[in-house]
Design a protein around this ligand. Structure first.
Ligand code: GTP
Ligand code: MG
Length: 162
């Protein structure tokens, strides 16, 4: 499985997503520091919430294959900048969590994630399991290998690498 780097505000559901992807029962554990698990790199929400340390996320992400930004479907404000994708050349996806909540507003969070530049957006509930299989299948896909010439051509034309 490709390794997924997770960032998003505290309580967005990053640790719960790791548990749900592994088929484990959800158990709350506040993330105090960066954890490199077998299938994800899980970061504390405070990294993206704190301007002085948010740039550290870039270096922590280097051991991953895919970058995932997380936002709960009932989140009232957006932490991600339009064009957030520019700091990485890895595939960049959005994960909308807590879609089971009665005040979930999936279209609003979807718009934030599309503006951030996400190439795919997954809507999931870590509690009910909705959407988790689709995300797991995506992580299991083996990406097509590209040649150096294709990568250079994409870069020169400003196209996303993936
Ligand atoms: N209803 C609902 N609750 C969820 C979902 N995902 C997570 N939660 C709950 O939200 C709370 C926070 O979840 P965490 O996974 O610890 O959040 P986190 O993003 O890892 O937070 P930090 O470690 O503080 O950065 C917990 O009480 C979870 O049970 C979901 O999809 N639906
Ligand atoms: Mg956590």
């Amino acid at each position: 499985m490709r390794k997924l780097f997770l960032y998003g505000r505290s309580e967005a559901g990053k640790t719960s997503l790791t548990q749900a992807l592994k088929g484990e029962a959800l158990h709350y554990h506040k993330t105090q520091y960066n954890n490199s698990w077998d299938i994800t790199i899980d970061t504390p929400g405070e990294y993206i919430e704190t301007k002085k340390i948010s740039h550290a996320l870039a270096s922590i992400s280097f051991d991953s294959d895919i970058i995932g930004i997380l936002c709960a479907a009932n989140e009232p404000y957006n932490l991600f900048s339009p064009g957030e994708i520019v700091w990485t050349s890895r595939p960049f996806i959005g994960i909308i969590t807590k879609i089971d909540l009665p005040n979930a507003n999936v279209p609003m969070v979807m718009q934030w994630m599309q503006e951030a530049g996400c190439q795919r957006v997954f809507a999931v509930s870590n509690v009910t399991g909705e959407g988790i299989d689709e995300l797991r299948d995506y992580l299991l896909q083996i990406p097509e290998r590209r040649t150096l010439e294709q990568a250079k051509s994409d870069q020169q034309s400003g196209r996303s690498s993936y």
